[in-house]
Design a protein around this ligand. Structure first.
Ligand code: ASP
Length: 582
């Protein structure tokens, strides 16, 4: 080895030892008679000292020729430091340099390699290998590594087999667009990169593997949104001969194990909530349950008082913000502005203050008497000191807007405590979702999800009302994972394809292999997949998954470091049989 120790491990107990270190030049202080250089590696920083009265001029010359990020190898004796630095673990010692060699020079880095850097996002991504030299980025990758190891350990102990499924496949319909790869040897034909290994993991159940997992890259060519990556990682799992609750228990175990091992956090029992309940009381299928502020329908008490906006509305729905009756005009105006931004989309906001003295003040006092406001307040279970915030309009957009307002209020009131994790299973999703544009049903989860056995009769009469045997794991308002019990019967699978508007021929062409497999003794099975990048970000206390991916793409789906995507040569195109029209 080129070193005897790393740059983070020498302590007082090592004093007088002869050591050799390797690393990057982090900082240089030249005070004439003395030079101090901090040498850095992944493990820490150690101070090197060059004393003009003791060190040869040859060594001093080398020291003076160094620049930031030069790679050096140095040997010397460990000394006790006079001015100790209690901010770093090696702060008690320094190395009196007796030998130094430049292993490699470095250009001046385009940004400082410090916890707080002066480099902007784009620049850091272009030189991501320098960015990763910084502690916070390296620590994020180390956290990810830990999560990977604990996931594997847990699933291995539960008898899951890790299997790699192919990346060059045929499209899996998960609702997004596929990335496609042209085939040179089969001109005019294309592979698709998997949006998930869904059909393969089901086939592994047909194959009798019983319990499968894979920590796997998935590819979805979706429209770009902040913090979406075209390639991302899932913990993908499937089990045979299980019920829904077996899956929930097994993966509650995995998630609790990760919280315990990585964060030393006891997640407690994971609550179960139906999709219908989540939508009714949170306006959202991934509710943040760190705080309540549940929705209240106010149609019965707010209509018929001459306020046209409410009278004409399909729905009037509110939330009660505890102890907020003291909100100023300015604060209320800001909330009104917030609900009107396009991403929230409400037309206006009505407030009712339940004053401490028992009186009411509202933005609709012209239409509502104190008695009327009291009825509204009591419907919402408001107490003196509380503030009601009410939206009205068409049902679905109004409820989504109120959900946004609820989350904003939660944030404003400090109720979204980042040290608390509240997990829940959301259950009983609708199986199908009507799409107005294509005028047909789409699978809410994917076409292999089994309907709730109780609802099978509804399939022919009222498909929109059929519930799915599907589940999502939500933590602090973020969807962390989702899955379902699968259809394992050919006829039911065909029925599902029919409901989705596939003809027999189309479904045979796309999924014939799965339907064929279903004829060879398919066990009842089900599974789940977790968004691994998002899980890492949550564990690291960050909103950005990019921080937890070594080489992420930017918001336009570009890798600015390797400059991809890029054009390819005419020769390559010819070879692939692809001609680009102007
Ligand atoms: N393949 C699904 C997904 O990627 C997960 C599952 O149903 O297991 O969302």
């Amino acid at each position: 080895m080129l070193r005897t120790h790393n740059c983070g491990e020498l302590r007082q107990a090592d004093i007088n030892k002869n050591v050799t270190l390797c690393g990057w030049v982090h900082k240089i202080r030249d005070k004439g008679g003395m030079i101090w250089i901090d040498i850095r590696d992944r493990y820490g920083i150690t101070q090197l000292v060059f004393d003009e009265s003791k060190t040869s001029s040859e060594i001093l010359n080398i020291a003076r020729s160094l620049g930031r990020e030069y790679v050096i190898q140095t040997s010397g004796v460990v000394l006790m430091r006079y001015a100790k630095n209690d901010k770093i673990p090696t702060g008690e010692i320094e190395i009196n340099v007796e030998k130094i060699e430049i292993l490699n020079a470095s250009k001046v880095p385009p940004f400082t390699i410090e916890d707080e850097t002066d480099g902007g996002e784009e620049l850091r991504m272009k030189y991501r290998y320098l960015d990763i030299r910084r502690n916070p980025v390296r620590k994020s990758l180390e956290l990810r590594h830990k999560m990977l190891q604990h996931t594997r350990k847990y699933l291995d102990l539960q008898s899951f087999t890790e299997v790699e499924t192919p990346f060059l496949i045929k499209s899996t319909p998960e609702g997004a667009r596929d990335f496609v790869v042209p085939s040179r040897v089969n001109k005019g034909e294309f592979y698709a990169l998997p949006q998930s290994p869904q059909t393969f993991k089901q086939l592994l159940m047909v194959a009798g593997l019983d319990r499968y997992f894979q920590i796997v890259k998935c590819f979805r060519d979706e429209d770009l949104r902040a913090d979406r990556q075209p390639e991302f990682t899932q913990i993908d799992c499937e089990m045979s001969f299980i019920t829904r609750d077996d899956i929930l228990n097994t993966f509650e175990g995995l998630i609790k194990h990760l919280f315990e091992k990585v964060l030393k956090y006891d997640l407690g029992d994971i609550q179960k909530m139906s999709y219908d309940y989540a939508m009714e009381f949170y306006g959202n299928d991934k509710p943040d349950t760190r705080f309540e502020m549940l929705f209240v329908e106010l149609n019965d008490v707010a209509k018929g008082k001459g306020f046209k906006v409410f009278d004409d509305a399909e729905t009037i729905v509110g939330i009660c913000a505890k102890n907020c009756a003291g909100y100023s005009r300015k604060q209320l105006d800001a909330l009104t502005e917030f609900v009107k931004i396009p991403q929230v989309g409400a037309k206006g906001l009505v407030y009712v203050k339940y004053n401490e003295g028992g009186t009411f003040k509202s933005s609709v006092d012209k239409f509502y008497s104190q008695e009327d406001l009291k009825t509204i307040a009591s419907e919402a279970d408001a107490k003196p000191g509380d503030l009601l915030l009410i939206l009205s309009g068409e049902k679905s957009p109004t409820r989504s807007a109120l959900s946004e307002l609820r989350l904003k209020m939660g944030a404003d009131l400090g109720l979204k405590d980042s040290t608390i994790f509240k997990a829940l299973w959301v259950l009983d999703f609708p199986l199908l979702e009507w799409d107005d544009e294509s005028k047909r049903f789409h699978a809410m989860h994917h076409p292999f999800t089994s309907p709730n056995p109780k609802d099978l009769d509804l399939f022919d009469t009222n498909p929109g009302a059929v519930k799915a045997n599907a589940y999502d794991l939500v933590i602090n308002g973020v969807e962390i994972g989702g899955g379902s019990i699968r259809i394992h019967n050919k006829e039911l699978q065909q029925k599902m394809f029919n409901a989705l508007g596939f003809t027999k021929e189309e479904s045979k062409k796309q999924f014939g292999f799965l339907m064929d497999a279903f004829e060879f003794g398919t066990p009842p099975h089900g599974g789940i997949a977790f968004g691994f990048d998002r899980l890492c970000a949550m564990f690291g206390g960050s909103d950005s998954i990019r921080d937890y991916i070594a080489f992420p793409k930017n918001n336009s789906g570009r890798d600015v470091m390797i400059d991809s995507p890029s054009t390819i040569s005419i020769d390559q195109l010819d070879e692939l049989g692809i001609s680009l029209s102007e």
